[in-house]
Design a binder for this molecule. Structure first.
Ligand code: DX5
Ligand code: ZN
Length: 217
């Protein structure tokens, strides 16, 4: 079993973001996770599409953009233009879920839904036909460095089994609270991609952390 590692730039030094992208790619990142927060959907503000467009020039791996904003349909085009390769938004943040997924796909960008810990996981099934990946939150969105919510593992297993039953190729991305001690459990539950924020950025040897995330067999 191999897992892709997606370091989240949210844990990087905001005064040197381009260098942080390069640092994580040298350490073995498979993609760069960009956490966009609006201070409304979550109690934190980060950055917008200009940051994504500017970082796109530094990245050689895909840009995985995770929108934590109210009514994401207002900004999808901006993030597509900015060069997002993968674009997800929260199903709790909009009523236009299938429309938004269709819009993203129509631009040849991988479309994802993100789901908060308190939202019934069965809700995700309704969008299987419209999405390429599902971001299963392992923490309440808003900040990096939070503790992994243990029930997330069962939620991942449930979705993995529902996806397999239908012979679909939807990827599962686990976001929040991953570290070197729980990454094996998360991967075994069926995650294809694991986001690492604080764990990768705060380590003096991010290449070792990323290797642990990716090298699971
Ligand atoms: C949380 C963000 C996550 C976060 C992950 O709202 O979506 O991507 O940065 O950070 P860690 O790995 O530190 O939980
Ligand atoms: Zn995220």
């Amino acid at each position: 079993m191999t897992v892709k590692a997606a370091p989240s730039i949210l844990s990087g030094d905001f005064s040197r973001m381009g260098e942080e992208v390069i640092r994580m790619e040298r350490a073995g990142a498979d993609m760069i996770h960009c956490d966009v927060m609006d201070g409304l959907f979550v109690p934190n503000l980060t950055f917008g599409h200009k940051m994504v467009a500017d970082l796109r020039k530094y990245a050689t791996t895909p840009m995985d953009v995770h929108l934590m904003i109210v009514r994401p349909e207002r900004y999808l085009d901006k993030y597509i233009e900015a060069g997002a390769d993968r674009l997800s938004f929260h199903i709790e943040a909009t009523e236009l879920i299938t429309e938004s997924l269709e819009r993203i796909r129509s631009a040849d960008v991988k479309a994802g839904i993100a789901i908060c810990p308190e939202t019934p996981i069965e809700k995700a099934i309704e969008y299987f036909d419209y999405c390429d990946f599902i971001v299963v939150m392992g923490v309440h969105p808003g900040f990096s460095g939070q503790k992994y919510i243990p029930e997330t593992t069962e939620r991942l297993k449930f979705l993995r089994s529902e996806i397999s039953k239908r012979n679909l190729t939807i990827e599962l991305e686990m976001d929040g609270g991953a570290n070197e001690s729980n990454v094996r459990e998360i991967a075994s539950a069926g995650a294809d991609i694991i986001v690492s924020g604080s764990c990768a950025f705060n380590s003096p040897t991010p290449e070792k952390v990323i290797q642990t995330f990716r090298g699971i067999d």
